[in-house]
Design a protein around this ligand. Structure first.
Ligand SMILES: Cc1cc2nc3c(=O)[nH]c(=O)nc-3n(C[C@H](O)[C@H](O)[C@H](O)COP(=O)(O)O)c2cc1C
Ligand code: SF4
Length: 409
C-alpha cells in the first residue's frame, strides 16, 4: 500500500518547510505539524480547570505549537484516576470554554484527551464501591488508599461506558475543543479491554483481538456519532505494552487497521503502560526515584521500594525511539498518523516528515522548552534542551502541577 505522503521524496529543507506549513486534520487547519502531547497537568484541583492550567497552555500557544492537548479529560466522574482530575460535565463549561477561547485567540487549536481509568483508580470520590475493569482484578493504583480490587463490567456497565463517551464527546465539541483524542493505550480503561494480559473475559468482549476490540470500536462509533463526520477524532494506542502476554508490536498493526476501518482520523503511535511498564513509553533516566520522592502514601512508597525495580525497567534514551514500529503502522493504514516519542528538534522533525508522518506530538521537549516550535522554525539547527531525566513525570501529583525541574521557563 502506498501512503499518499510517500509519493514525493523530500530533502531536509523541503521536509522542514512541510513541517512548518499549515496542515489539515479532518477539516481543521493547523498552522504547522507540531502538536503538544497529552500530559495530565494536575492543574485541576477539585476537578476544575484553574488559572494555572490556562497559563500553562497559553505559554505553549505563545511558543508556536499548532495544537495543544488538554490531558486526561475523564468522560465521567468514576473514570478519573483521582479526584483532582476533570471530568466532562456542565458544571465546568464556563471555565473550559473560557480557557479554549484564550488559546484560540493565540491561534492555537485545542484537543482534549478522552480518558477512562477502568479498573485502575485511587479516586476517593468514586461513586461505586470499586472501580470497574474488564474483569475482577487487583487495582494496583488503589492499594495505598484501601481500594484493593476492581470489579468486572457487566453488559449494562459496558453500554453505560459507551454512552458516557458519546455524551462527553458531544459536550467537548460544544465547549469548543477542535479535536478529540480517545485514549486507547497506556493501560487505561479501553486498553485494559484490548490487552490479552488484562482482559480475561469469556464473552464477546474477551478472547480474540476482534472481541477485545469490540468495546473500543463501539466507543469510537459513539464518539463519531456525537461529533459528526467532519470533526477530527484521533486515537492514542500502545504499540506494545512491553510485558509478556500483553499487546505486542504485531498486535498493534492489527489494532490500527481496525481503528482505521472504524473511522478514526489519525493514530498516535505511542507505547508502554502506566500500570505495567511505564519506562518503555519514556526512555531515559529511571523515574523510580522521582516517583518515590513524590509519593505521599507510605503504603505505595513501600510497594514501590519492593516492586519498583521490576516495574521501572531501564530503557536508555535515543531520539525517535518508536520510529521503526510507528512506520509499520503508517504503512498499514489509510488514515493519518501522528508520531510520538523522543522528537526534540529539526533533525527529528525532518526525518519524521520524510518518513511520511502527518503530525508530531511532543511531550517533555515542550515542557522544558515551550518555545521549541517558534525557535525551530527560525533556526534550522535548533534542538530542545530536554535532558530526558524524567523528573517531570515525578511531578505529576505535585501541588504546582507538572513542570520541568531542570529549567525554569
Ligand atoms: C508529566 C507527563 C505527564 C504525562 N501524562 C500523560 C497523559 O495524561 N496521557 C498520555 O497519554 N500520556 C501522558 N504522558 C506521556 C506523553 O504523552 C508522551 O507519550 C511521552 O512523554 C513521550 O513523548 P516525549 O518523548 O515527546 O516526551 C505524560 C508525559 C509526561 C512527561
Ligand atoms: S524534567 Fe525537564 S529536562 Fe527532565 S525530562 Fe522533564 S522536561 Fe526534560
Amino acid at each position: 500500500m502506498t501512503h499518499p505522503a510517500n509519493t514525493t521524496p523530500m530533502d531536509r529543507e523541503a521536509a522542514l518547510q512541510h513541517c512548518f506549513s499549515p496542515a489539515t486534520l479532518n477539516g481543521v487547519t493547523l498552522k504547522n505539524r507540531l502538536i503538544k502531547a497529552g500530559t495530565f497537568e494536575n492543574m485541576t484541583p477539585g476537578g476544575r480547570p484553574s488559572q494555572r492550567l490556562e497559563d500553562f497552555h497559553c505559554r505553549l500557544a505563545d511558543g508556536g505549537v499548532a495544537m495543544t492537548n488538554i490531558g486526561y479529560c475523564a468522560v465521567t466522574g468514576d473514570g478519573r484516576l483521582n479526584e483532582n482530575m476533570m471530568y466532562m460535565h456542565e458544571g465546568i463549561r464556563g471555565e473550559l470554554s473560557s480557557l479554549i477561547d484564550k488559546l484560540h485567540e493565540r491561534d492555537c487549536k485545542v484537543s482534549g484527551q478522552m480518558g477512562h481509568c477502568g479498573g485502575f483508580s485511587k479516586n476517593r470520590e468514586l461513586k461505586r464501591k470499586r472501580p470497574l475493569g474488564p474483569n475482577f482484578a487487583v487495582n494496583g493504583l488503589g492499594v495505598g488508599c484501601g481500594m484493593f480490587f476492581a470489579d468486572g463490567m457487566t453488559h449494562a456497565d459496558i453500554d453505560e461506558m459507551v454512552a458516557q463517551y458519546r455524551d462527553a464527546a458531544g459536550f467537548m465539541k460544544s465547549v469548543g475543543f477542535d479535536s478529540l483524542e480517545i485514549h486507547f493505550g497506556h493501560g487505561y480503561g479501553l486498553c485494559q479491554f484490548i490487552s490479552p494480559k488484562t482482559n480475561k473475559r469469556k464473552d464477546e468482549y474477551g478472547g480474540s483481538l476482534e472481541n477485545r476490540m469490540r468495546l473500543p470500536l463501539r466507543v469510537l462509533a459513539a464518539v463519531r456519532e456525537a461529533v459528526g463526520d467532519d470533526y477530527p477524532i484521533t486515537g492514542k494506542i500502545s504499540m506494545t505494552e512491553g510485558v509478556r502476554g500483553g499487546i505486542s508490536y504485531d498486535d498493534s498493526v492489527e489494532i490500527s487497521k481496525l481503528l482505521d476501518k472504524g473511522g478514526i482520523d489519525a493514530i498516535v503511535c505511542s507505547g508502554g503502560t502506566s500500570t505495567m511498564n511505564p519506562m518503555i513509553m519514556f526512555r531515559g533516566d529511571n523515574m523510580l526515584q522521582p516517583m518515590l520522592d513524590n509519593e505521599k502514601s507510605w503504603i505505595m512508597r513501600s510497594i514501590l521500594r519492593l516492586a519498583g525495580k521490576s516495574l521501572f525497567r531501564d530503557y536508555p534514551y535515543e531520539d525517535l525511539y518508536f520510529l521503526d514500529q510507528a512506520k509499520r503502522i503508517r504503512e498499514a493504514v489509510q488514515c493519518q498518523t501522528i508520531y510520538i516519542g523522543g522528537a526534540n528538534g529539526n533533525d527529528n522533525f525532518a526525518e519524521l516528515m520524510q518518513a511520511g508522518f502527518d503530525f508530531v506530538q511532543i511531550g517533555r521537549s515542550l515542557l522544558s522548552d515551550p518555545d521549541l516550535p517558534n525557535r525551530s522554525a527560525a533556526d534550522i539547527g535548533y534542538r530542545s534542551r530536554c535532558l530526558h531525566c524524567n523528573e517531570c513525570v515525578g511531578t505529576i501529583e505535585s501541588p504546582q502541577g507538572i513542570h520541568c525541574t531542570r529549567f525554569s521557563l
